[in-house]
Design a protein around this ligand. Sequence first.
Ligand SMILES: *Cc1c(COP(=O)(O)O)cnc(C)c1O
Length: 366
Amino acid sequence: MIKFLDLQKVTQKYSGEIHDAVSRVIDSGWYLQGEENDQFEKRYSEFIGCKYTIGCANGLDALIWIFRAYVEMGVMRPGDEVIVPANTYIATILAITENGLKPILVEPKLNTLEIDEDLIEEVITPRTKAIVIVHLYGRIAYTEKIGALCKKYNLKLVEDNAQAHGCMFKGRKTGSLGDAAGHSFYPGKNLGALGDGGAVTTNDEELAVAIRALANYGSQKKYVFKYMGRNSRLDEIQAAVLDVKLKYLEEDNAHRKMIGKYYIDHINNPHIYLPNTLPEEQNVFHLFPVFCERRDELQAYLTRNGVGTVIHYPIPPHKQECYKQWNELSFPITERIASQELSLPISPVLTIEEAAYVVNVLNKWE
Ligand SMILES: *Cc1c(COP(=O)(O)O)cnc(C)c1O
């Protein structure tokens, strides 16, 4: 059986160093807001190419804190509009509605799977305050046109970089392309912790200071509370683990790219469609999505033949019960992606032999 993602094997790869790092924290007697966070935040800022990294509890919180800080700073007010791709993972949208802001859903392009830059300008209103781009599947979502629209209309550009650690646009890393970015270190992500973790990256000092306080009960000074914040911190053990894994992220991404290229070069089943192929620096292959009209049949066939797959994502946000008010809206491309997408196994530990087996099984399907 080829697992969709063998996390045990992923962790085993750096097992010695990870055990050492965790032991160091255990023995230190210091478990929160210490040297491990300082170190990881510094290294992550260097990696992304930004001034500030603020560790927090998870990727959803990272995105929530960005919008909450903009609200606290007076940049956004409840009821303001935020443009967001309709096919994103629901966390992006939850972060907007959590802050009383209004998500304006925009379709992706079928060949890129990322927000359609040509549909953005027509939904901009005087209440629009931000565009969120989501580098979904590890693929670049930024375009120069989106950057220009943000300038023209004075909008914040927020990146959801949960799936794209290490992805680049013209030599600059995602997470440094806009005003602020939310990152997730959920175990299965390209840079994954051994539990939950997240971070915000930004060059905006005021935003960084506000987020650091918000994620720590709203406090900048011990026992003095500026905001009604929450406890949303990255713990020292996770920071230490992330610091180990960050060293190998480029190597891990190179392996993902090698597997991705192998799939692209060898999948030739006429029933299966792939999204467009991007320049190497613009795709870190967090996932390898393929499309098929008889997707569920294909998934069952692959399961029978020992290949694990996952659908990202079977129900789009506007069809979810939590967003009943949008259930009647129509986003045909988003809905088509939800009904035809299937993610093949890909990871830093999937071997080329395993990829060859997947391709062989896939190409035989009729
Ligand atoms: C994983 C993910 C998140 C949320 O991250 P968590 O750490 O799981 O809270 C947000 N956005 C996208 C696109 C994701 O894939």
